[in-house]
Design a protein around this ligand. Sequence first.
Ligand code: 13P
Ligand code: SF4
Length: 334
Amino acid sequence: MAVETISLEADAAEYSRRDVPRDIAGMSAEIRELARKRNAVILAHNYQVPEVQDVADYVGDSLGLSRQAAATPSDLIVFCGVHFMAETAVILSPKKRVLIPDLAAGCSLAATINAEQLAAWKAEFPDAVVVSYVNTTAEVKALSDYCCTSGNAERVIRAIPEDREILFLPDMFLGTYLEKVTGRKMHVWPGECHVHAGIRPADLDRARAEHGDADLLVHPECGCASQCMYFKASGDIDADRTHILSTEGMVKHAQQYPTRSFVVATELGIMHRLAKEAPQGRFYAASERAICRYMKKITLEKLLISLRDDVFEVKVPEDVADRARGAIQRMVEL
Ligand code: 13P
Ligand code: SF4
């Protein structure tokens, strides 16, 4: 599958020039009123723009959002995140309707493998257990035994019997990280997220030089995650202050040590959530270019239109959803 070339510099520059809505309070009130009338729940990922996070019922990481989607009593879910996350909500709540405010909210990592490629890979290793990271399409999940997120990937790998071969996809940095922490050798798909792969070891070196006393919070999809593990193992950095965490794990860590400073290596949308949940903390981005153009497709305006005009419904063919559900349910339960 062709993967488009993306410039992180250009995306960061565009984001810094973005039009922040002038009447955030008025639009947010309208959104809340529409959500009430339509018995809708608004779910937002930690990478969403601040005003979308602020109007949502629930803000969280992929795992938390999946759990919310599975448990909500609402008739309608409006998913402010990327397409594969909305698909996961459809699969977990087949009787509900799921809307996404912009269908172009894709994911460069999910685009690195399709169902045909996975089928061919499985044919090479017919006895292997297939573990897919949640950043995959519903068709890919339908061919997987387990699904995982950054929040529970280690637990999922440890739950697989030692004598089974594992195909892990699609993120190579997360795969390498998991091999190191679990001591398990796996076959790892060479996919990457353009935002996290763009956070390089040199970014970490610079951040450590500038903020020596800060805790390092690193998302396992980052290009610097393996270096971070190496630093930890070699005693080059304080192992107690270096953490490879999901986005929600970062929030929990900052709440636990509310007055510390933190170098944060992930997409910059998380900074709003961190500042809100740990207001006394000082947060520094490992890379100012870490902007996900797909997450930023969702705006307050589009969220309002989505609720008002009932667009855009995310659908997953029933047979695909039925085959993907087992893998996702195992993820939510673990
Ligand atoms: P989390 O599951 O940690 O929220 O990460 C999701 C994602 O898309 C990372 O880029
Ligand atoms: Fe996908 Fe990367 Fe964006 Fe996450 S940050 S949604 S993995 S492109």
